[in-house]
Design a protein around this ligand. Sequence first.
Ligand SMILES: *Cc1c(COP(=O)(O)O)cnc(C)c1O
Length: 374
Amino acid sequence: MDPRQFTDLNPPERILLGPGPSMIPARVTAAMSMPVIGHLDPVFLQVMDDVQVLLRYVFQTENRFTFPVSGTGSSGMETALANFIEPGDRVLVGVIGYFGERLFNIAGRYTDNVDRIDAEWGQVLDVDDIRAQLKKHKYKLLAIVHGETSAGTQQPNIKEIAAAAHEEGALLVLDAVASLGGVPVEVDAWDVDVCFSGAQKAISASPGLAPITISPRAEKVLAARKEKVHNWYLDLTEVQAYWGKERTYHHTAPIHLNYGLREALRVVAEEGLEARFACHADNARMLWEGLEELDIALLVDEPQRLNTLTTALVPPAGDANKVRSALMDDYNIEIAGGFGPLAGKIWRIGLMGHSAQRKHVALLLAALREVLAR
Ligand SMILES: *Cc1c(COP(=O)(O)O)cnc(C)c1O
């Protein structure tokens, strides 16, 4: 082994305008370079308490069970489904894009009875259709995606969907990975039972933590399980014993990721949720208007567009990948392409958290204008 073959690590500072990770404020990066301490050190226990208080603020909830799962956003998906599904339970999954597909895939690993309700990528689900489907069977839970990053859609009417689920005795599980911290996610006001997110999107912390919150109704369902959760690492009751008062060792919390999440949430709290949502809305509007001026159409109709992620249709003469490479090579800007049914047809432009700044939108629009003119 010749260690000289490995150069010093020197990642470029990119302008990250893709579907995540988003850019991280310098003070969050600084927080992640502080000394490591033990995961039961009183100083770290205070960090954990702070993170929980701050997470309740962004989720707009008073739920006792509110903490970050150790793992990326997908670990939040897995936690939400593993804990609330028992073998034989019937569950319903709303699929309006790739992440709905993933929820459907994960749910099928915990029970054989998974039904789905679909909308075309770029569309959202209709509350009456959901209600009608919920009446057909006895569902344990309904899982849907709030901000569908693959299509750029925001599912509206979450409060009505939650009410429909509760009328039929089902829990509502909401994927807010791409929305939390960028657009309103009102867990208590909407009466959502299980809501999870990811640290690296509109919260602008490092990837690796998945904030989750569980309603008192969901806590009861958890307590009434007949079988142990079929996933030791993500067993919410055991993890809560570490994050709650007991402080029982379960696994070593990722110390630095929690430092970073705490700092990123402190940034959100200082800015204030309302101001943050307004900032995301303003930046999205500036992007949409700028794209329209460049004759680039948007996939999603305005009322259901996701402020944190815009899907733009590649013009007939354009080559989606060439444009993306040129933006990266010549302007240091990352945007993403489409996948699944939208592969090659769209660009996905994220304006999440610290990435959502007017100067970034202005630069991207100018760069796109120049690249497309070539
Ligand atoms: C990014 C994302 C996920 C998955 O998160 P990872 O951090 O990549 O595991 C899940 N759902 C949605 C809506 C996402 O945007």
